[in-house]
Design a protein around this ligand. Structure first.
Ligand code: KIV
Length: 314
């Protein structure tokens, strides 16, 4: 698999040395938690996309996206589950490690899956350490506001930056009764404000705001010093995140209102697969140019051997 002289396949290393999508003349610096905070101070929009494997991680990182999130949404996008609840720490780590190998500059955030931080705080810290030590994540993300503040402080005390996530928190799908916009009543707005302030005071690296009215995200963003990263939360947030598969039409479902499709990878891939099949069926693939040939001398020797065999058979 690894490229080298005589190798017929390009391995990651070989490709890495020769190809970069970073525009020439645009030096990039490693994105850190403090760089993201500086962006909020300077009102520089923060960009974030999910990635779940090496290839998507490289593409996102080399496009100069600030933060790469290995979201537990991979339970649905990559593993075909109905929701995010069943993905395990081991499964998440498998993807985080692959993304780690593809990300050089972006800040790498890993989602802690459902069940990995809700039971007890020692276990939560142990799992957060695994995401850092084994996965190479720079920040771990947990869902929930006020009620997670103490836990978040404990994880931060273990030298691991934490991202918060409030509003529509997919790990609470059964409590919310579906994926519904949150923060629509005065009481719900008040709770969201308390959640955001609690996360801010706990010292989170950033706060993901999902599925809340833009007016509420605007109030939260103005209230807290921590950068807010919205998804379905309107333009007032300090940054925006979308799911890689959503922007590329790879979800096999109707997109949510906030999703903007920037490409149609499903059509691109389907067309390529159909064309390959048609070429094989019609004998047009592989062509002579796509085939390996014997060296001249071996070919001459082989022809002599075959001629001798034919003569003996006569
Ligand atoms: O899992 C995920 O992809 C997320 C984003 C939607 C914020 O948590």
């Amino acid at each position: 698999m690894i490229g080298g002289s005589g190798s017929i396949r390009h391995g990651g290393g070989a490709l890495e040395d020769s190809v970069s999508l970073t525009p020439i003349g645009e030096p990039r610096h490693k994105v850190t938690v403090s760089a993201v905070h500086d962006k909020k101070l300077h009102r520089d929009p923060i960009t974030c996309l999910t990635a779940y494997d090496y290839a998507s991680a490289r593409i996102v990182d080399e496009a100069a996206i600030d933060m790469v999130l290995v979201g537990d949404s991979l339970a649905m996008t990559m593993l075909g589950h109905e929701n995010t609840l069943s993905v395990t720490v081991e499964e998440m780590l498998h993807h985080v490690r692959a993304v780690r190998r593809g990300v050089k500059q972006a800040l790498l955030i890993a989602d802690m899956p459902y069940g990995s931080y809700q039971v007890d705080s020692n276990e939560a810290v142990r799992n957060a350490i695994r995401f850092t030590k084994e996965g190479g994540a720079e920040v771990v993300k947990v869902e929930g506001g006020e009620k997670r503040a103490d836990l978040i402080r404990r994880i931060i005390d273990s030298e691991i930056p934490v991202a918060g996530h409030i509003g529509l928190t997919p790990q609470s799908v059964n409590v919310m009764g579906g994926y519904k916009v949150q923060g629509k009543s005065l009481a719900a707005i008040e709770q969201l404000m308390r959640d955001a302030v609690a996360l801010d005071r706990a010292g989170v690296a950033c706060i993901f705001l999902e599925g809340i009215p833009r007016e509420v995200s605007g109030m939260i963003t103005a209230e807290v010093g921590t950068p807010t990263i919205g998804i379905g939360a309107g333009p007032e947030c300090d940054g925006q995140v979308l799911v890689f598969h959503d922007i590329l039409n790879l979800t096999f479902a109707e997109p949510a209102k906030f999703v903007r499709r920037y490409g149609d990878a499903a059509a691109l891939i389907s067309n390529a697969v159909a064309a390959f099949r048609a070429d094989v069926l019609s004998g047009q693939y592989p062509s002579d140019r796509e085939s390996y040939h014997l060296p001249k001398e071996t070919r001459a020797g082989l022809e002599m051997v075959l001629a001798r065999k034919r003569a003996l058979r006569r």
